[in-house]
Design a protein around this ligand. Sequence first.
Ligand code: NAD
Ligand code: IPM
Ligand code: MN
Length: 356
Amino acid sequence: APSYKIASIPGDGIGPEVVSATIQVVEKLAKTLGAFQIEFTHIPWGTAYYKETGRYLSEDALDTLRKFDAGIFGAVGAPDVPDHISLWGLLLAIRGPLQLYANVRPVRTFPGTKCPLNTATEGIDWMLVRENSEGEYSGQGGRSHVGQPWEAATEVAMFTRVGIERIMRFAFETARSRPRKLLTVVTKSNSMRNGMVLWDEVAASVAQDFPDVTWDKMLVDAMTVRMVTKPQSIDTIVGTNLHMDILSDLAAALAGSIGVAPSSNLDPTRKNPSLFEPVHGSAFDITGKGVANPVATFWSAAEMLKWIGEKNAADKLMTCVENVCAAGILTPDLGGTSSTQEVVDAVCVEIGKIKA
Ligand code: NAD
Ligand code: IPM
Ligand code: MN
């Protein structure tokens, strides 16, 4: 049987709660199916590690990660460290340098989740593709004359033809793999006349290689309106790092809760291991209360299983999670009264039924 080595980086806040929940569930699944082995190795990167060592990541972090088949990540961010330090110290120091350039964020209404829109009576089923290595996240920019009235700061959104083209191809392929074969390219090429115009141009040229995909373009501001008023007109969406960061939180809320939204940071070339994480952050307001919704991380783990080649296990895991949600075993963000551990236990019971 194949055997997989997974890096587990729980991080901060509710990160350790949802990652520990997920490891319990995936270990139970692997044991029950008996089709593969999976071993999680704990990596302590996060704010406690930073306070001890002065760094969010070890010096050889990228090589450490390269020894694994994939990684599962919780969240990073602490109330007493500026967010730009923690995020650029950990998560953004992995995504860019490992060239995990495709951030895939499926969004769909689930049994047990409530879409707040009366425009989406059949629910929501979208696939968001986020460029994950450039744009406003390129790390370009700086400050001068700090503290002076004439202080200036720049945040440079850097786009490259190579970077746009690879995510565009990935998005068209993703759209092609879905039943509706529908793609919306989101930009802001009215006010942003350089990078966003290059996005539009690359989209039009890549589209020629995908005649079977129906595509359109939309300005990001208008896209927020369309997501609320015509959710059924949308299937796959591709956009920049920042635009899709924002649209993916909106999409998660429209599908019921940020607590169920998964994401995959993929290196589609498979040179580097991919990293799977919930869309949400460290959620200080509920940390330690035992009520964090683990479903976003369960679903991220299912995406990870699919990526490493265990599609059957991934599908089984999602069925078990959906059965538990359908039975009303839900954390408070979904209107339920269950704890994280009660959800874990219920999913493990479902997994136990697979063979029975
Ligand atoms: P957040 O996602 O942590 O929390 C937003 C709201 O959603 C909170 O009310 C929280 O309780 C709720 N929520 C989030 N996840 C939930 C879950 N699993 N179950 C139930 N409720 C959940 O966003 P924020 O408050 O903007 O950020 C908090 C910290 O996390 C900041 O330091 C931020 O920089 C960081 N952050 C990290 C990541 C990441 O590591 N990937 C992502 C987003 C934010
Ligand atoms: C996300 C998060 C991160 C992002 C932050 C925490 C740096 O919001 O994964 O959506 O902006 O990419
Ligand atoms: Mn975000």
